[in-house]
Design a protein around this ligand. Structure first.
Ligand code: OKP
Ligand code: ZN
Length: 334
């Protein structure tokens, strides 16, 4: 299995997240992805490669131009080690004046998602990572793992939130949708509200999400069972909101239901938004899944027998995230 990874994400180091005036150390640390990569590198059957470059138009099909431009330009006011690449057009735009930066409320729905000097560059590379994985799957590989950071599934068309800027999984799914029907399975602890919003009106991309009920957990405003899609997209959006303390067997029951819906849709491709924050020892989540269970979770998804792009989302316990990833990836190679 190919694993797509770039070290550019190391430059994205949000300091704090803020809730109601209280600041906490930001949970999306560079170590998350470093630990996953370190745990997998050198294992037989796995090969780590760099992302390739794709046109920015793939991002612009999912996010609005002014939103992308805001992220590219706002971060330059912040400190940090920003590198100016020469080939992407957004860098040629002027730095935003302060009154434009102050329009943050237009482009963000929370205070968990700071834009700093290297955010744009890192978020863009995460998109290139999911696109590279998708291009291998499009050319016939069975499953490819995109080690994306920052994550993406909370990013809406025009708004960032929940540590997410560009929706890596949605951009991958939209890219693959030019070649066939695509199902997205979101197994992060949190509802993939951004992905849901982006495909809410479409019947060629099915979105299925298993997550903590929005009555209890972030993003709070999205992810209930009644959200089924709109217009052409009616019944192509499926949410499984769960209570907390979900066990391995509880989860497996729901996953089987979700997979049944996916196989009924007969997709040509599957994009999985993979979150390890469903683990019992995750500091952000609240389910009770064991490290061993991720192997069975992966096997269940693998048995769908659909060409699959795995896109990394959450997972915040750095001391076990590597072990979880190994358990999960083993389910695809055994
Ligand atoms: C992003 B992803 C805890 C508050 C957490 C934000 C959660 C974002 C999760 N200090 N709120 O889906 O893993
Ligand atoms: Zn999450």
């Amino acid at each position: 299995m190919r694993i797509i990874y770039s070290q550019v994400h190391l430059n994205h180091r949000p300091n704090y997240e803020v809730f109601n005036g209280i600041r906490e150390i930001h949970a999306d640390t560079p170590q998350r992805i470093e630990n996953i990569k370190e745990a997998l590198v050198g294992k037989s059957g796995l090969k780590v490669i760099e992302p390739k470059r794709f046109p920015l138009s793939w991002i612009e099909k999912v996010h609005s131009h002014d939103y992308i431009s805001y992220i590219a330009r706002a971060g330059r006011h912040a400190g940090g080690n920003y590198v100016y690449p020469s080939v992407f057009p957004y860098e040629s735009l002027d730095i935003l004046p302060t009154n434009e930066i102050a329009k943050r409320g237009v482009y963000s729905y929370d205070l968990y998602t700071p834009v700093s000097a290297s955010t744009y560059e890192s978020a863009r590379m995460a998109v290139m990572t999911s696109l590279t994985a998708s291009s291998f799957v499009r050319r016939g590989e069975r499953v490819v793992y995109a080690l994306t950071r920052p994550p993406g599934h909370h990013a809406e068309r025009k708004r960032m939130g929940g540590y997410c800027y560009f929706n890596n999984a949605a951009i991958a799914a939209n890219y693959l949708s030019t070649r066939g029907r695509v199902a997205i399975l979101d197994i992060d602890f949190h509802h993939g509200n951004g992905t849901q919003q982006i495909f809410y009106d479409r019947s060629d991309v099915l979105f299925v999400s298993i997550h903590a009920s929005p009555k209890l957990k972030f993003p709070y405003f999205s992810g209930s069972e009644g959200e089924k899609g709109r217009g052409q997209g009616k019944n192509y959006n499926l949410n499984f909101p769960l209570s907390l303390s979900v066990s391995d067997s509880d989860y497996q029951r729901i996953l089987i239901q979700a997979c049944k819906k996916i196989s009924d849709f007969k997709p040509n491709y599957l994009v999985v938004s993979v979150g390890f924050d469903t683990h019992k020892d995750d500091p952000v989540g609240g389910f009770r899944l064991s490290t061993r269970y991720y192997f069975h979770m992966a096997k269940t998804i693998h048995q769908l027998n659909i060409p699959t792009v795995l896109v990394q989302e959450g997972g915040y316990n750095n001391s076990i995230i590597g072990d979880i990833a190994v358990s999960f990836i083993n389910g695809f190679i055994c």
